[in-house]
Design a protein around this ligand. Structure first.
Ligand SMILES: [Zn+2]
Length: 319
């Protein structure tokens, strides 16, 4: 394999609630990857050691001199991060709290720069600089998955807020006295339109009739979408509500920031084609007429690579 002289190599990882993807990139191209289940039982020190071992394996496999061949490490984590101190403040799925991730990685891989940010910000940066949002300096990214998150990219820079908590689009209130959210508040967008919420609504409404052919506790958002496409009225209503409130949430975002572009990603958005007309209609209903036409909404194109490439972007643009 011939490589350009002086090419730089980076270690990347997207730590998810259920799976972790470790990769090595040459400049902006991912050259090798490995994935494993995020075993919560391991604890953060063991998980980070496992990630470092995977980087070393991948780097050696690419003909590099192990970890010392990497010019930087970029990490995406599933929860809010104090980016300045490199501390993961809370990652509910992995049960991390105030974990000094950057210090730990510096022990494991000395002398190599490390950047870390939360998964929504990384996925949004990935789409903005390598994916569906390429070439548009201001844009909002919204991921609709088990939860709902977002990233605000304003004039080419990620806006994090003073506590690194900006872009929590899933916790924007969209329905007064609405369903209870995991965050403890009521009526958050995430409590209505996330995959978790879609499945929960179906469980609440279908318990007596068991209409989806599985026990109510086993219903997933995917089954609700499938039943809706077969003409199941209750499931169609649940999906329609999810789209409606997504539209309302996006309208708030647009009235606040007036972005020219919104990129939608995440697992629920695998149903982008089924949802976008309703999302757009309900959004437009709440917008000034001048916003409606020019504003573009697009589906993300990077899938699981988004978080890795966003971490890479942070790494290559950090001073
Ligand atoms: Zn909430």
């Amino acid at each position: 394999m011939s490589r350009p002289l002086g090419s730089r190599w980076y270690g990347l990882v997207d730590i998810g609630g259920t799976k972790t993807i470790v990769a090595v990139a040459e400049e902006s191209a991912i050259r090798a990857r490995e994935r494993f289940a995020t075993e919560v039982i391991l604890g953060p020190d063991d998980l980070t050691a496992r990630i470092a071992a995977a980087w070393e394996r991948l780097a050696l496999g690419l003909g590099l001199s192990g970890l010392s061949g990497l010019a930087g490490l970029g990490v995406s984590v599933p929860g809010p991060v104090d980016v300045d101190r490199g501390v993961v403040r809370l990652a509910v799925n992995t049960r991390w709290k105030d974990y000094r991730l950057v210090d730990r990685l510096r022990q494991l891989v000395p002398g190599v720069p490390v950047v870390v940010d939360d998964d929504s910000n990384c996925a949004g940066l990935g789409e903005a600089f390598f994916g569906a949002g390429w070439g548009t300096p201001t844009q909002c990214y919204v991921t609709v998955s088990t939860g709902i998150g977002g990233a605000l990219i304003l004039d080419g820079r990620l806006y994090r807020g003073f506590q690194f908590a900006a872009g929590e689009i899933g916790h924007m209130p969209v329905m007064a006295d609405g369903p209870l959210c995991q965050c403890g508040n009521r009526g958050c967008l995430e409590a209505i339109s996330s995959g978790t919420a879609i499945a929960q609504r179906a469980r609440e409404r279908l318990t007596a009739s068991n209409l989806l052919g599985v026990p109510p506790e086993a219903i997933t958002a995917e089954e609700v979408f499938a039943a809706a496409s077969r003409g199941h009225t209750v499931c169609q209503e649940i999906v329609a509500d999810a789209a409606k409130y997504l539209g309302i949430g996006l309208a708030s975002l647009v009235q606040l920031l007036n972005p020219p572009l919104i990129v939608l990603g995440g697992g629920v958005m695998n149903h982008y084609q089924e949802l976008i007309a309703a999302i757009r209609k309900h959004m437009d209903d709440h917008l000034f007429a001048m916003h409606r036409g020019p504003l573009r909404i697009v589906h993300g194109v990077l899938g699981e690579d988004g978080g890795l490439l966003g971490a890479l972007h942070l790494l290559t643009t950090s001073a």
